[in-house]
Design a protein around this ligand. Sequence first.
Ligand SMILES: Cc1cc2nc3c(=O)[nH]c(=O)nc-3n(C[C@H](O)[C@H](O)[C@H](O)COP(=O)(O)O)c2cc1C
Length: 187
Amino acid sequence: MKILAIPGSIRTGSYNMALLRAMSELTSNETNITVFEGLKDIPIFNPNSADHDIPLAVADLMLKIKASDGVIISTPEYIYGISGALKNLLDWLVSTGVLVSKPVVSTSVSTQALGAVRSHSSLVLILHAMNASVVVDGSMNVPRVNMKFDKEFHLTDDLTKQAIAVSLAALEQAVNNIDKSAIELAI
Ligand SMILES: Cc1cc2nc3c(=O)[nH]c(=O)nc-3n(C[C@H](O)[C@H](O)[C@H](O)COP(=O)(O)O)c2cc1C
């Protein structure tokens, strides 16, 4: 099973990136998670370009999503919302249909105590608006994230490791249960 994991932060030393890399290392043998590293290359969304003039970086991302059985999107929280970079990426994708009926797990991380639950709620609302198949049982919030990774960004927190196992199991189950013809019809 192929999963694409998209971090919503372009920050060097991003904990969203670290979480997705940890998830990619904790998968079962049947699952392969590729972490998307091109968020910083996505141009600012312009609806004029959405139909006929899709930038290469967006087209590349579309191909990666189409080739994936499921997607994980991880968001930071900036002023109670998702990052501008992630919202920009989702604005590009909405008219392409590549996320329609696609199983998507949403995760959020914050150095603060609530684990970015507000931006996470916002992300879930956006994914519903895009008709993605949100895997509710797979969603995960990681509060105080800076205390859960070491200086080399290796995950050290056992409870977070357990939460990842639950999240990935839910995603695998959702992928196995999905009606693939609904995805093919949408794109
Ligand atoms: C401009 C800015 C605004 C932020 N606002 C919030 C916030 O409203 N709530 C919160 O929990 N964390 C907030 N944070 C903290 C980030 O959510 C936290 O640093 C997160 O780990 C960033 O993700 P990253 O490590 O992947 O870049 C903010 C950080 C920045 C830079």
